[in-house]
Design a protein around this ligand. Structure first.
Ligand code: SAH
Length: 355
């Protein structure tokens, strides 16, 4: 049995069932044995858009260069990435940004990363780029504009789940049956304020998810971004409107797994509720664009023309490039389930890629 499963079993035996959010937080980021803290999961367990093709990060780089130009080319700005994985996206952004050398000069790059293993991977990938690591967005000085990117970051932030039983909402919990972990629910119903009023009469068995840390972060981004010519770009899989459904899932070796079976050994995620993020950012008077489908966004940024150019430079890689483009934009692939939302200051120029 993994050390982390032992730890969770002990916690449950001592203090009773834990919420799904606490389970997720321990399984992913327990300092000693959390999933992300001890390994580089990319390619081994799952693959992300920047790892599929360099074109993804290059287009995002051009997005930020354009946004920077449209905002009068500020001489200093923070370029912040949340959960940068191997650092591939930031490396591709900065390579594409070489079209405007002043952009790189003005960028103070900060990476917000919990995992020491991935911090080391980022340092290696970005050895030619001046970057700093920070614990939290709040550690980045206010003042200069903020350009922020988060790809597949919000989906790993913990969610609470509520399940409808006998006409009332209960929080879903994780309990122990011997050495096995299992889903249970709080015996008492939870107070109504957690649940949006329009979902109040859901049928028994319905599940509602909410991620307070995601909303708090979106609110902090909204607060920062609304103040000056800042822009945040959030890409992830999820839904444009809040709704019902159990999206808590585990992935290991490119396959779905039982989320409770091996805490610390599988990635755990939930779909991102973009409507909740948008509401949190708007509460701080930020302007929200999208969410729109990732496929549509990348096409609007010119993914096809860029692919053609790459193919004519390397004809032997044409099939591989086509496959990567299909993976990033195809309806059945990352093109529709993955969405892109931007948060910016009100009354600032429109953003590339958004209608
Ligand atoms: N953006 C990257 C990696 C996505 S995986 C890509 O697209 O390839 C999620 C990333 O978030 C990893 O780098 C992981 O270590 C990091 N992470 C997970 N939880 C975190 C937390 N609470 N704080 C900071 N980083 C976290």
């Amino acid at each position: 049995m993994s050390g982390l499963k032992d730890k969770i079993l002990r916690l449950i035996r001592e203090a009773g069932p834990i919420g799904v959010a606490q389970f997720m937080q321990i399984a992913l980021t327990d300092p000693k044995a959390g999933y992300y803290m001890r390994r580089d999961p990319l390619a081994r367990d799952f693959i992300t858009a920047p790892e599929v093709s360099q074109i993804f990060g290059e287009l995002i780089g051009l997005f930020f260069v354009q946004a920077w130009e449209d905002r009068g080319r500020p001489g200093k700005f923070h370029l912040v990435e949340l959960g940068p994985g191997r650092g591939t996206l930031m490396a591709d952004i900065m390579r594409a940004a070489k079209v405007r050398p002043d952009f790189a000069e003005a960028a103070e790059i900060a990476l917000i990363e919990a995992s020491p293993v991935l911090r080391a991977a980022q340092a290696k990938t970005l050895r030619d780029v001046r970057v700093a690591w920070r614990q939290d967005l709040r550690d980045i000085a206010d003042g200069a504009p903020l350009f922020l990117i988060a790809n597949e970051f919000f989906d790993v932030l913990p969610v609470h789940q509520f399940v409808r039983l006998r006409g009332r909402w209960h929080e879903r919990t994780v309990s122990a049956d011997g050495d096995a972990l299992m889903f249970t629910a709080t015996p008492d119903p939870v107070p109504a304020p957690f649940i949006p009023a329009e979902l109040g009469n859901a049928p028994d068995g319905s599940v509602f998810e909410t991620s307070p840390p995601s909303q708090a972060l979106a609110q902090e981004i909204g607060r920062r971004v609304a103040r000056n010519g800042s822009v945040a770009l959030i890409l992830d899989y999820g839904h444009a409107t809040s709704g019902l459904g159990d999206t808590f899932q585990a992935v290991k070796a490119h396959r779905y797994a039982d989320p409770l079976a091996q805490p610390g050994e599988a990635d755990l995620t939930a779909h991102v509720d973009f409507a909740a993020l948008a509401a949190a950012a708007r509460a701080e008077r930020a302007r929200v664009s999208g969410p729109i489908a990732q496929g549509a966004f990348l096409e609007a940024l010119g993914i096809d023309a860029r692919a053609e150019r790459l193919k004519s430079a390397a004809p032997e890689e044409a099939a591989e490039i086509d496959a990567a483009i299909d993976r990033l934009t195809g309806q059945e692939q990352m093109g529709t389930l993955f969405k892109v939302m931007a948060i910016a200051a009100p009354d600032t120029p429109p953003l590339p890629g958004f209608p």
